[in-house]
Every structure is written in C-alpha cells, then in structure tokens.
Design a protein around this ligand. Structure first.
Ligand SMILES: [Zn+2]
Length: 90
C-alpha cells in the first residue's frame, strides 16, 4: 500500500486512459503506478474478462433460440444438397 506524499492518505490504483495511476483517496493526488502494480492490475482485469467470456459462452449453449437456428440451418443444408444431387441426376 502506497501513501500520499501530500496528505498521507492511502492511495489506490485507478485506471486512467491506457494506464494505471495511484490516486489519493483523500485529496486526489496522482502518481504513476509502479510496474508491480501495473502488472497485478492487468492480470486482475484479464481474469475478469475471461470469466465474462466463459459466462457468455455457457449462456449461448443453453439458449433454445440458438438450437432452433442450428436445426433450421441443418435442414436448409440438406435441402441444398438434395437440390444439387437432383440437378446432377437430370
Ligand atoms: Zn492526498
């Protein structure tokens, strides 16, 4: 934990633009985050993204609408194949 050089309050990592800064919780004073905090912060945000992605995939798999669309696509594919075969037969 870093402390503010101005007022001594604890400083927390805050995402700013494309980087992370340490911001004072009391007076808002900002300093660039040291590399170990940047690394930890990026690791944490990546883990969160992974959880969100996994959740989206499992929701999609359970979706009835997607199953219906898949069945429909299969039927259309078979119809297409049969049509093609019919044309070759003539
Ligand atoms: Zn401060």
């Amino acid at each position: 934990m870093k402390f503010c050089p101005k007022c001594g309050a604890p400083m927390v990592p805050v995402k700013k633009d494309n980087t992370v800064v340490l911001k004072c919780t009391k007076c808002g004073y900002e300093i660039p985050a040291p590399p170990e905090i940047l690394k930890k912060y990026r690791l944490e945000s990546r883990t969160k993204e992974k959880i969100v992605t996994t959740k989206v995939i499992s929701e999609r798999e359970e979706s009835e609408v997607d199953k219906e669309l898949l069945e429909q696509a299969k039927e259309e594919y078979y119809e297409f194949v049969l049509e093609q075969m019919g044309e070759y037969g003539e």
